[in-house]
Write a protein that binds this ligand. Sequence first.
Ligand code: NOJ
Length: 539
Amino acid sequence: MKRSNQPWWKEAVFYHIYVRSFSDSNGDGLGDLPGLISRLDYLKGGEDSLGIDALWLSPVYPSPDADFGYDIADYCNIDPRYGTMQDFDRLVESAHQRGIRILMDLVFNHTSDQHPWFLESRSTRNNPKRDWYIWHDPKRGRKPPNNWASIFGGGAWEFDPATSQYYLHMFVKQQPDLNWRNPDVPAALMDVVRFWIDRGVDGFRLDVFNMWYKHPDLPNNPPAFGIRPFDRQKHVNDMDQPEMFSALKSFRAILDSSREKTSVGELFGHDPDLAAAYCGKDKLHMVFNFEFSDCRFSPAAFRNAIQRWEASLGEDQWPCYVLSNHDLNRHITRYAKHPPNAVARITATLLLTLRGTPFIYYGEEIGLPDTRLERSQIVDPPGQRYWPLYKGRDSARCPLPWDSSPNGGFTSGQPWLPLYSNFQQHNVALQQSSPDSVFAFYRRMIQLRKEIPALTQGRYRSLNDSATAGMVYLRETETQQALIGLNFSNKRVYLNSSETLGPESWFQIISSCTDTSASIAAGGIYLNPYEAVVWVRER
Ligand code: NOJ
């Protein structure tokens, strides 16, 4: 096999761990770092392990949990509920021994209102840290300084009676926005980046990075069409300011001063041109493409999403795909009208055969759906605010069921959120012992992605842009081609190919059906209902 000269993060399969729900070692009902360390064999290096190469950890810093870790009270420490700094060091070391790299979550748009910086900032108007956050006098009639809205509902300004000014919070009011225009703020935050690099991490996921800078004059946002107040504005003044580029440049310089680091940014909205503008040699390595989360279970929707991002990113920039994450409904639930195991296999094949880095959300590898929750079980702030219109994000953040024992082996105590109700029949242990499980399929697909250079290095090329039942596409290098066929329908189909395929030359390497009769004809491919197949040939 030709050795690749691509950087590691283009070839790696990433796994996103919502630490709180992964594995609890001390019975307090919350996942923690020792729990995660005890499960590393599951991820790589053990018998029947999944085979991933890198982890993104949701925030594990001390936090009052107004937004479950995304309100950080100390950037350079570990929340005692998740463990200690020694546990963190042990995690990095044990992960590295297995060939797993670690990405930390950097939440730099805002801190917790309990962060010492904010406590100082709000103490008096002339405190040296006052200007580290965005404070402003009320408008006449004690009105907020402008019309900006919080993403989690309501206005984005909170009045502080002690100092008679408003502060800005684009999320809940316990998450005050930092003032990036004060040079001391980026300086302090870049020290945080250095701190974790010195601690051995391999990169970062950047939380809502395109909101770091706001327009210096804080003008109103113009109106837009939408349902929530936040969606009824064009976000031209509270995000995507030109200063972002120099901020990313400084950030990237720190990463590049050390070996083999990477970064992936969370960008609001589905604008591939904007994503492309934020990626590059002196910017981010990758920006998440969340467009799949809005795709119906339809080949056209996925094809368009891929082609739009391929066109904008071009050859020089690198896509990054996700099906599910901690802010979205799990895709098995999004596509609940279709058989869950079929959905899991088809989408896994798509995710793991595209040009771009795949991120797997914990539990996705066993086809885990959302947990159905009652109103009284909701803890997520936007869920509490908007129920039942929007039920929040808790149902996609429930504990991973490891086995059929009480609480699915996740905790010996009371889990912070309930497990999926059917966990006794649907868990990691059962799937690891079944060769036909979704887990076994993910494992095999991950292996194949590593064995077939076309799948990590090849160009993406659709061979049928109009089929309504399925997708046919190639990944190809100079020396190898992989042909991927996905049938999204419950009928056996024939999908045309825009190119003659030369049936004899292909070798089938995987099918999602145990009883496959998939085949290649000169002008197209035959697939069983809901079948996903990959063929390969050398050129
Ligand atoms: C995006 C994160 O993914 C989400 O979970 C969080 O609530 C907000 N940013 C605020 O940090």
